[in-house]
Design a protein around this ligand. Structure first.
Ligand code: ME8
Length: 633
């Protein structure tokens, strides 16, 4: 039997699940359900990523041990997926003893092969992304290019993985496997990254403890493994790599579902690790975009994170599943709004799908006592049947390429054929004209189309489609899928049952959203004496000259007259808010007795005062023109 192995990323336990996690998981679940329905032996893996500095710090903040904290959050992920009836076959935790043993085995193998060596690492590290970045990639020489947070310099003894050794083989892989990255358009950025030159990867840390120790055979207890090495290996340790390998026949993965933020880890580092372990390559790294809120990235500090449980409670988990997959082309970013969700429920689901079932129930009851036969359908409605068949046969490649939005869009064309057939052939007129056979064939045609749509839609809306199947009197399972979809057969008889409306109309938003960002807890600000305040000399100055610093997104170089012999050179991080032209001639308040500092190789001899809130940044200026050098007290 053919197999399919599908994975989600394992989610960090530093935060509770949000809509992005639900999105990846629901896509993977839909794919797993589809392949099961196609009769594939399918294994679907999800889980949680529990090691690393980020988790250690999150636990500490809450006064818990990392394991206690990980237990708590991991359980929340699992409970949510269970509530959403996610059909995973295994929920892995990176604190599972089998995972730890498997990771140590993998490390040992790579080490013995000579792909791991000991050295010293010095570099900019972003704790939030758990990643090192070369100087050339940093924003303004200190900020993380991925999340924008400040990086810190870390210098430590480290074991390295010989990533550079695999550069050519990786490029060959991308060239040979056209669909290694899905959507295909995303592959170019991976190729560019690898072509720009791969450096060996630091894969152990000594600066914290919360991680997997090196294998006992290497005996270097100071080190713990880099969280990404630990995490990526979950995809094989879940199958028992290095311990009980009975499930390893599922390897290689057919689909690693990932968000675009972690494409590089999956399309570059992971294949290189696998090459070192001499294991086959995954078939597809399927990469989706980001869900945003009013165009902005969701984050806790902005208070705009969407809780998937709240959406599911308000609108129903299956409607939410349909929306997530239909609304945004796979690979692109999408903005979440209740209005868009309500429109999808009322229009696509209510009008196109739900109403069709109502029409079948209504007509079959009124005219035929809820019993319908299909014997005349092929004879009378050949054209409609061919149209629907053509639509259905084109769907599997769309799912195999993870083009879920297109799949659903096309599937809805089959509903359009059914709705149009009713409007064109008006069974109520046929009944009046005494053409009962034709009217029954029409209702049977439409019921057949709806049954086929329900079979195809089942992976996305498992329960709703079961209700449709119950109403039409058939079963959804691999046998019926093979018969009515793959072999294009017709259902012969329908015993229709009444069911309550599937998609009651929604008039207005149901979910209450937080308008205000959460208030930050007030920190106790220590008081200072007047003498301490006077240690800071603030003076009024006039900007004489303002220039851009070529490589910097944030900094401007200013010359500011403070009434001294020569103007001061000040490097100010205000470029995102002011153009140089706006600044010349403006008066500002300057901290005049700061120790000079170098910023991007330019001396800065003071600091300009500014106030920043959520609307932007504004310079602090005297209300009326004031002599340069006047102290501000
Ligand atoms: O990265 N929109 O875990 P993580 C869409 N532990 N998807 C989003 C999203 C958003 N706004 N925010 C997050 C990790 N995601 C690692 C993975 S795998 C070996 C290790 C999704 O908890 C997206 O799939 O930060 C992203 O890749 C995943 O959540 C990251 O989850």
């Amino acid at each position: 039997m053919k197999k399919r192995y599908i994975t989600t990323p394992i989610y960090y336990v530093n935060d509770v699940p949000h809509i992005g996690h639900a999105y990846t998981t629901i896509i993977a679940d839909s794919a797993a359900r589809y392949f099961r329905l196609k009769g594939f032996d399918t294994f679907f893996l999800t889980g949680t990523d529990e090691h690393g500095q980020k988790i250690e710090e999150a636990a500490k903040k809450r006064g818990k041990t990392p394991k206690e904290y990980a237990d708590e959050i991991s359980a929340k992920f699992k409970a949510l997926w269970d509530e959403f009836e996610i059909s995973y076959d295994k929920f892995i935790r990176t604190t599972d003893p089998e995972h730890i043993a498997g990771v140590q085995k993998a490390f040992e193998k790579m080490y013995q092969k000579g792909d791991i060596y000991k050295g010293v690492y010095e570099g900019h590290y972003c704790i939030s992304c758990e990643a090192f970045f070369p100087q050339s990639q940093l924003i303004d020489e200190e900020f993380c290019p991925d999340c924008g947070k400040q990086t810190g310099i870390v210098k430590e003894e480290s074991y390295f993985f010989r990533l550079s050794k695999y550069q050519d083989r990786l490029l060959e892989l991308y060239q040979k496997e056209e669909k290694f990255v899905l959507p295909k358009s995303k592959k170019n950025e991976v190729i560019r990254f690898v072509e720009s030159g791969l450096q060996d990867l630091s894969i152990t840390r000594t600066s914290f403890d919360w991680g997997i120790k090196l294998p006992p055979s290497i005996n270097d207890p100071k080190h713990v493994m880099y969280v990404w090495l630990d995490a990526l290996l979950n995809y094989i340790t879940a199958l028992g790599y290095g311990t009980d390998e009975r499930l390893m026949h599922y390897w290689p993965a057919d689909y690693h579902l990932v968000g675009k933020d972690i494409l590089r880890f999956h399309a570059v580092y992971w294949p290189a690790f696998l090459m070192s372990l001499e294991l086959p390559m995954p078939k597809h790294i399927a990469t989706h975009g980001w869900w945003t809120r009013n165009g902005q990235k969701m984050s806790k500090s902005k208070g705009n994170v969407i809780d998937p449980k709240a959406v599911a409670d308000a609108y129903g988990v299956e409607n939410f599943r349909y929306f997530l997959l239909r609304e945004v082309p796979f690979g692109q970013d999408g903005d979440f709004s209740q209005k868009a969700l309500i429109d999808r429920i009322n229009n696509d689901l209510g009008n196109d799908l739900g109403n069709l079932l109502n029409r079948i129930i209504g007509m079959s009851g009124k005219y035929f006592g809820y019993a319908i036969q299909s014997h005349d359908v092929a004879k009378l409605y050949q054209k409609e049947l061919e149209e629907v068949d053509a639509i259905l046969q084109a769907l599997p490649p769309l799912i195999e390429d993870m083009k879920w939005h297109k799949f659903l869009e096309e599937l809805w064309q089959a509903l359009a054929v059914a709705n149009k057939a009713i409007d064109c052939h008006t069974p109520w007129n046929k009944m009046k004209e005494g053409k009962e056979d034709e009217a029954m064939a029409l209702v049977a045609l439409v019921a057949n189309i709806l049954a086929k749509v329900a079979l195809m839609l089942h992976p996305v809306m498992p329960k709703t489609t079961q209700t449709i199947a119950q109403a039409l009197g058939f079963r959804i399972n691999p046998e019926s899928f093979a018969k009515y979809i793959d072999q294009s057969q017709l259902l012969e008889n329908f015993h229709i049952q009444k069911v309550p409306p599937l998609f009651p109309k929604i008039e207005e938003p149901v979910m209450v959203e937080k308008k205000e960002p959460p208030k930050k807890a007030k920190k106790e600000e220590p008081l200072i004496t007047i003498d301490e305040f006077f240690k800071t000399q603030i003076k009024v100055g006039t900007i004489q000259e303002a220039k851009e610093l070529p490589k910097s997104k944030k900094l401007l170089k200013l010359l500011v007259d403070l009434g001294e012999e020569r103007p001061r050179q000040i490097i100010a991080g205000i470029k995102e808010y002011y153009t140089p032209e706006q600044l010349v001639g403006e008066q500002v308040c300057v901290v005049a007795n700061l120790k000079p500092a170098k910023l991007m190789g330019h001396i800065s001899e003071g600091m300009i005062l500014a106030a920043k809130d959520e609307n932007g940044l504004t310079l602090v200026t005297p209300k009326t023109r004031t002599k340069e050098g006047t102290p501000v007290k």
